[in-house]
Design a protein around this ligand. Structure first.
Ligand SMILES: [Mg+2]
Ligand SMILES: [Zn+2]
Length: 195
């Protein structure tokens, strides 16, 4: 069976507005461009997979149950406008904050690739032909490490990353393949390459 292509999507700052720790359902504001962007991926026969670091769980700010609740609300809000997410994966861990078992050096917190590898297994994904869209360099690094193409969006933290000379500068191998204004421009760039 031919393997699937996927577009991995960071959640906060990429699909929904970056609001710091999203600890209240009222703070879930989907970026309007996300609806069309995800529909376009669906129409191209490509899988959509959300992969999100949620260290707020380790920090005791909210529960895993709450993360699942946010993801469910997101899934439903997108579906109402015809946009389908094929899988949600989150990392609740942090290497130094909180209590065990959430305090651990896991293999899933981006820039580690654990969530991408799990999704690849679950959904029969060819990672080398896949893509990741995110607003931080840890998204780029996670994608790069599995051979996916990486697109940095200027929503969320993206714009400030590009302006900063701060500590969050990318290692040379974490440079994005493309920088997009938002998720919709990112998806259009991906689909151009598919023709
Ligand atoms: Mg983000
Ligand atoms: Zn983890």
């Amino acid at each position: 069976m031919r393997k699937n292509i996927a577009v991995f999507l960071d959640r906060d700052g990429t699909i929904n507005e970056e609001v710091g720790y999203l600890d209240d359902l009222d703070k879930l504001k989907i970026i309007p461009a996300s609806f069309e962007a995800i529909r376009l991926i669906n129409d191209a026969g490509i899988k959509t997979v959300v992969i999100t670091n949620q260290a707020g769980v380790a920090r005791g700010l909210f529960s895993e149950e709450f993360v699942n609740e946010v993801n469910k609300n997101m899934r439903i809000a997108l579906l109402r406008k015809g946009a389908v997410i094929d899988g949600f994966y989150y990392c609740p861990h942090h290497p130094t904050e909180g209590k065990e078992p959430y305090r651990q050096n896991c293999d899933c917190r981006k820039p580690a690739a654990g969530m991408l590898l799990r999704a690849a297994d679950d959904l029969n994904i060819d990672l080398a032909r896949s893509y990741i869209i995110g607003d931080r360099y840890n998204d780029m690094e996670a994608g790069r490490s599995v051979g996916a193409k990486c697109i940095l969006v200027k929503t969320g933290f993206g714009q400030s990353l590009l302006q900063d000379d701060g500590p969050d500068r990318p290692a040379p191998n974490n440079q994005p393949d493309f920088i997009a204004a938002d998720i919709l421009e990112a998806v259009k760039w991906i689909l151009k390459g598919q023709r």
